[in-house]
Design a protein around this ligand. Structure first.
Ligand code: TXA
Ligand code: MG
Length: 335
């Protein structure tokens, strides 16, 4: 059920969370499917609805930094505390920090790990829901496992509607890519999943010496190489449309199948030689990475509905949101 946000609908959604139910809600990144992060049973229901393997942990959403102590056990180390408070200056925002878990957080949420991923989402409806429930809310993206993350309420309905979730409609998500996940407990801050907060933002906040810049293999940029146990969410096949997807640079024009859709970063120039594409979806006329990111998942869904033999995608620049866009596209190509 898609419900417009109002005082009443937030109160209703909060009462569903408090009584152990699930609510889909908007954040600035993607829509989440939320449950009481203290309740094993409520969180188990999330895994069931998504068809998500139980070894893949969830992100816990709080409404302000002052609630951090209820979900995480902050280490007594001046340098780590300083690092956490610097990173928390990006909250509310698309950044999830991996911290030692508080015993109160359900081990279903953390898939048995000793750490928990935490963020403060930058969306008034998400914040109002967390406050009204008076609980931290564990929420993955509100899509079936390995599918494309939802950036509108209708996407949620299309993906998991058969489970009749209560869906708060906040319109299209502003960022359109999931949060950046960082591990803060290692000698340097390490990006486990590139996302809405860019590497450049992290470097300018913390300084280059504090951020792990070691290259990750393509397609696995967020795979925590040192520990397969925390690899879970970084599964290779993810964000995948049903239609095969390939980078434009990888397939010669004379090898293309009959019905090809093009997902273009910017408006193709008139001189550009375009094979007979069945459809072309332009992510940003001016080639703006933020606009392209915000449109990316809806565009993939749109092309996926067109009964194409192949979706060809552009390669994106290796900076700013380009890193997160390329990460999602590489994973989508593996299907
Ligand atoms: O923007 C977002 O992050 C959205 C919105 C709803 O907040 N959520 C989201 O959740 O993308 P999900 O479940 O689709 O992705 C969560 C990722 C998974 O890749 C999971 O493995 C990782 O977070 N994760 C969660 N807890 C972790 C932990 N303790 N250590 C390492 N990775 C963790
Ligand atoms: Mg997801």
């Amino acid at each position: 059920m898609i419900v417009l946000p109002s005082k009443e609908s937030i109160v209703k959604a909060a009462s569903i969370i408090k009584s152990g139910g699930l609510v889909a809600f908007p954040t600035e990144t993607v829509y989440g499917l939320g449950a009481n992060a203290f309740s094993d049973d409520a969180c188990r229901a999330i895994f069931k609805v998504k068809g998500r393997p139980s070894f893949n942990p969830l992100i816990v959403h709080i409404s302000s930094m002052s609630e951090l102590g209820t979900v995480a056990a902050i280490p007594h180390s001046t340098s780590i505390e300083r690092r956490i408070s610097l990173l928390a200056s990006l909250w509310p925002g698309p950044l999830s920090m991996i911290l030692p878990k508080s015993p109160k957080i359900s081990s279903v949420v953390t898939a048995g790990l000793t750490t928990v991923a935490v963020r403060v989402p930058d969306h008034p409806i998400a914040l109002a829901l967390i406050r009204a429930a008076g609980l931290p809310i564990a929420a993955p993206s509100a899509n079936p496992f390995t599918g494309i993350s939802p950036t509108t309420a209708q996407h949620v309905e299309d993906g998991i509607g058969e489970h009749s979730p209560f869906i708060l409609d906040g319109g299209p998500c502003r960022v359109g890519l999931e949060s950046t996940i960082v591990s803060v407990l290692e000698p340097k801050v390490r990006i486990l999943r590139p996302g809405g907060v860019t590497l450049e933002q992290l470097i300018s906040l913390l300084g280059e010496d504090e951020v792990d810049l070691s290259p990750q293999p393509p397609g696995f940029s967020s795979f925590p190489a040192s520990s397969p146990v925390i690899a879970p969410g970084m599964l290779e096949q993810h964000y995948a449309p049903r239609t095969p997807l390939a980078f434009r640079s990888d397939i010669p024009a004379n090898k293309l199948p009959a019905k090809v859709g093009l997902l273009s970063f910017r408006e193709p120039s008139l001189e550009e030689h375009l094979p007979a594409f069945t459809s072309i979806y332009v992510l940003s006329n001016e080639g703006d990475l933020e606009e392209a990111a915000a449109n990316l998942f809806a565009a993939l869904r749109n092309l996926d509905r067109q009964d194409l033999d192949l979706i060809l995608v552009d390669t994106f620049p290796n900076d700013g949101l380009g890193l997160a866009i390329m990460d999602r596209l590489r994973r989508a190509c593996h299907s």
